[in-house]
Design a binder for this molecule. Structure first.
Ligand SMILES: Nc1ncnc2c1ncn2[C@@H]1O[C@H](COP(=O)(O)OP(=O)(O)OP(=O)(O)O)[C@@H](O)[C@H]1O
Ligand SMILES: [Mg+2]
Length: 284
């Protein structure tokens, strides 16, 4: 890994970064992550694969009367207001609706990034709103792949290193990582760009790296927040084709927030939100 990595602090494995506290480099954190965390990731993953096969067709995500209220001084913003929704394994669901209707808030609750003000959020048998912060972090590292509108790749890591990072953080050995990383770079069609820095890649290529990074841990669900929102239509199509293939060929469960008609066409179900409530659900 490149040596001059100390400009950014990685928070969990979600590609979100902020300036680090003095003296704490990302290399240190990656090192710490590799040597202090569970060494049983491979067997845990095998167990999860088994569970996945057995549970095919069952509910994966369940939201029960979920509300999310933000308090801004005297003002309350009711971002979600009594949302009840179930998503089955292998579904491709689009969350749509006008700006501010609650799409990102809903994805953040499903990802365990945020907690509801009231109601229940389930991922398989786990009730996320009751998990500790540590458990949520662990769950996100292994079970949830997140894709953002602005890609959120670490700028000081190459495409290959960006894809490898979640596996390093999960404590896998380098020898176990390499094959999986190359496989995912190939699946997203970027083997020839593996050594490039994010700024040397097009937006569409960066988003495909971000999808490879999300997929490399074998997540139960991919949560994508306007993944084509920052792309031209051809690059957006390529990203949607990729997500469509992951859903069709691998049965990957995908929940995607979008304003794009093209993205809606790929989804098996469209959930329409308005003012924090579900206005309607369409099967396509
Ligand atoms: N951290 C926050 N603090 C206060 N209000 C918030 C916060 N995050 C979101 N909101 C508010 O909650 C509502 C839902 O926001 P959200 O980001 O979920 O909408 P969205 O559907 O994703 O919109 P867009 O299509 O513009 O991305 C909005 O009114 C927003 O202003
Ligand atoms: Mg949003």
């Amino acid at each position: 890994m490149k040596k001059n990595l100390c400009n950014f602090k990685l928070i969990q494995n979600e590609g979100i970064y902020t300036p680090p506290p003095v003296g704490l480099s990302i290399e240190f954190q990656v090192f710490e992550a590799r040597y202090s965390r569970s060494r049983h990731v491979d067997s845990a993953e095998a167990t999860r694969d088994n569970e996945r096969e057995q549970a095919d067709g069952v509910l994966m995500i369940r939201l029960e009367k979920v509300a999310k209220v933000y308090s801004l001084g005297e003002v309350e913003v009711r971002a979600l207001d009594g949302v009840t929704l179930t998503i089955e394994r292998g579904e491709f669901v689009a969350l749509v609706g006008p700006s501010g209707c609650g799409k990102t808030t809903l994805l953040n609750l499903m990802a365990g990034i945020d907690r509801p003000t009231s109601g229940e959020v389930w991922l398989d048998e786990e009730r996320l709103d009751r998990l500790s912060d540590d458990s949520l972090t662990r769950l996100r590292r292994g079970s949830i792949g997140i894709v953002y509108q602005f890609f959120n790749l670490l700028p000081t890591l190459t495409a290959r290193e960006n894809v490898a990072l979640p596996l390093l953080l999960n404590g896998l050995r380098r020898s176990d990582i390499e094959g999986r990383v190359e496989q995912w770079l190939q699946r997203v069609g970027l083997t020839h760009r593996a050594a490039h820095w994010p700024h040397e890649l097009s937006g569409g290529e960066q988003q495909r790296v971000a999808i490879a990074r999300a997929m490399v841990v074998g997540p139960r669900v991919i949560l994508a927040d306007e993944p084509t929102g920052n792309l031209d239509s051809a690059s957006g199509e390529a990203v949607l084709d990729l997500l469509g293939r992951l859903n069709q060929d691998q049965g990957q469960t995908i929940v995607l927030a979008t304003h794009s008609q093209e993205a809606m066409k790929r989804a098996g179900r469209i959930v329409r939100l308005r003012d924090g409530r579900i206005e309607g659900i369409e099967e396509s």
